[in-house]
Write a protein that binds this ligand. Structure first.
Ligand code: AMP
Length: 203
């Protein structure tokens, strides 16, 4: 599942996980969990994530290898690969069936990111524009506090978007050339995007 930050990759990957039972691997969340637990890997990764820089590939591979090993029913990768070297690593370890690009313009992406919140307890994602909690600032599922991600500040977002166009753009071009890329307009409702992805998967 590919696309600019804020395009809704995580939300769509979660819906697919619920639908098919495939394992949703969100690399950003795996880093955040390591950072929270203050593991050695988390301490190292936080030097990069907080600034909006990509974490060095070797650290990414450590996290992803473990996640791939645990996925026996198939997997949905969200946030990986983000550069060509990571793509090479991926093809050595798994077979890629389909690649979805959730296509969104930069301006809308920035607007969405600034409205993004997540539960500090169970990590469920919300968006104050189109996926609001029932009660302001409170998680529907567990009652936890809704907070903004540390790296959703203006500077870090700008850097992540730059990296997306510079590095991830090359991977997207490659999948397009290989006829693997299915592009979906991400400026639509969550359920409509999900419906379109399911339609593509059933053909
Ligand atoms: P995300 O939640 O996808 O926005 O990811 C949060 C942060 O985790 C990114 O800004 C990077 O610092 C790091 N990260 C996530 N995925 C990758 C990746 N594939 N390669 C390098 N760094 C990553």
């Amino acid at each position: 599942m590919m696309g600019i930050q804020g395009c809704g990759k995580g939300t769509q990957a979660e819906l697919l996980e619920q639908h098919f039972g495939w394992r949703h691997i969100n690399i950003g969340n795996l880093f955040r969990s390591n950072i929270e637990r203050q593991t050695e890997l988390g301490k190292e990764a936080s030097k990069y994530t907080e600034k909006g820089e990509l974490v060095p590939d070797e650290l990414v591979y450590e996290v992803i290898k473990d996640a791939i090993r645990k996925a026996d029913k198939g997997l949905i990768l969200d946030g990986f690969p983000r550069n060509l070297a990571q793509h090479e690593f991926l093809v050595e370890n798994v077979k890629i069936d389909k690649v979805f690009l959730l296509d969104l313009d930069t301006e809308t992406a920035i607007k969405r990111i600034s409205s993004r919140r997540h539960c500090e307890n169970c990590k469920r994602d919300y968006n104050l524009l189109y996926n609001k909690p029932k009660e302001k600032g409170v998680c529907d599922d567990c009652g936890g506090n809704l907070v903004q991600r540390k790296d959703d500040n203006e500077e870090a977002v700008a850097l992540r978007i730059e990296k997306f166009y510079q590095e991830t753009g090359k991977v997207i071009d490659l999948y397009r050339k290989q006829n693997k890329l299915i592009s979906i307009n991400a400026d639509q409702g969550i359920q409509e995007i999900h419906r379109q992805i399911l339609a593509e998967l059933s053909c």
